[in-house]
Design a protein around this ligand. Structure first.
Ligand code: PAF
Length: 299
């Protein structure tokens, strides 16, 4: 299968690199990363160790492939969609954090847009080198739920590589479950500068669990039957599987970059408000991260 990975940062490079062992992959990446890949290939370290030689470009305009995988930050989705719309794809898969990405992509693109979640840990070590810091899984499927031959084809292509992949008929549920995990892990690990596993210990644990409960309650208020128990189990199992990892939001804060707080805890807050629910823990974390972002932007 011909695959374009749009936004090859840490996760995109890891997923694209593993797919490149079986497929014809093009990575759309930053200049220094693309140049290093063109020169010496893409080196994967850790559990999925190998070196592959995908094509790497910096300009994503006018590309054509069977599948475009979008791995940009949620606040860059609109820009990615505009660029992808100048090319041609049979299917598009969002593997991003946060909510609302698929709808934004579908507004610009004619190809079917699939939803996906990824729980692999990935860290960009230097241009041309990415480390797998935790084995996870990919879950993908039609963004509104149900089945489709396109989702099955994409799932089979992922399966042909060593990515652990499940094709799901209930992506809306799965996206809320992943949102709950990100809402519980990302802002706390970023603000306290701790690895993911530290949210399993007091006092971070109660804060993370409160975020997750509020998220699950908001999901249920929007007819997604996510129980507190399932969401909390998911939080604990992802935190255990990625215990030593630095969450994407902690990486962003430590590098002085904008975070995805708006599409994660901010989304929970906004959705809760539409049905008159209070989500005080999420509200506090959003306010703290937004305060940090404002200070960071003015420094
Ligand atoms: O954003 C992240 O870092 C990841 O989605 C997750 C699952 C929290 C693991 O670090």
């Amino acid at each position: 299968m011909e695959i374009v990975v749009f936004g090859a940062g840490s996760l995109g490079s890891l997923i694209g690199g593993v797919l490149a062992t079986e497929h014809d992959v093009t990575l759309v990446a930053r200049e220094s990363h693309a140049r290093a890949i063109e020169r010496t290939g893409l080196k994967l370290e850790g559990a999925l160790e190998t070196t592959v030689h995908p094509e790497a470009v910096t300009d994503g305009h006018g590309l054509a492939a069977d599948l475009a995988i979008v791995t940009v930050k949620s606040f860059d989705t609109e820009r990615a969609a505009e660029t992808l719309a100048t090319g041609s794809f049979e299917a598009v898969l969002s593997l991003q954090n946060g909510m609302g990405n698929e709808e934004r992509l579908a507004r610009y693109l004619e190809a079917p847009v699939l939803a996906g979640t990824a729980t692999y840990g990935a860290l960009l070590i230097e241009p041309g080198t990415v480390r797998c810091t935790g084995l996870g899984e990919i879950v993908l499927g039609p963004r509104n739920g149900g089945t489709s031959p396109v989702a099955d084809r994409v799932g089979a292509a992922f399966d042909a590589s060593s990515l652990e992949t499940t094709v799901s008929a209930s992506m809306p549920h799965r996206l809320w479950e992943k949102l709950a995990v990100n809402a519980g892990i990302n802002p706390i690990t970023a603000l306290a500068d701790i690895p993911n596993g530290a949210i399993l210990e007091a006092p971070a644990r109660e804060l993370a669990r409160a975020c997750v409960r509020e998220t699950a309650r908001t999901a249920r208020a929007h007819d997604v039957l996510l129980s507190n128990r399932v969401a909390l189990e998911s939080l604990e199992s992802v935190a255990r599987a990625t215990a030593k990892n630095t969450s994407s939001m902690r990486q962003d804060v430590n590098a002085g970059r904008r975070t995805e707080i708006e599409a994660i805890n901010g989304y929970v807050l906004a959705k809760a408000e539409t049905v008159g629910l209070e989500t005080p823990t999420n509200r506090t974390l959003v306010a703290l991260l937004e305060t940090w972002e404002r200070k960071n932007a003015s420094d």
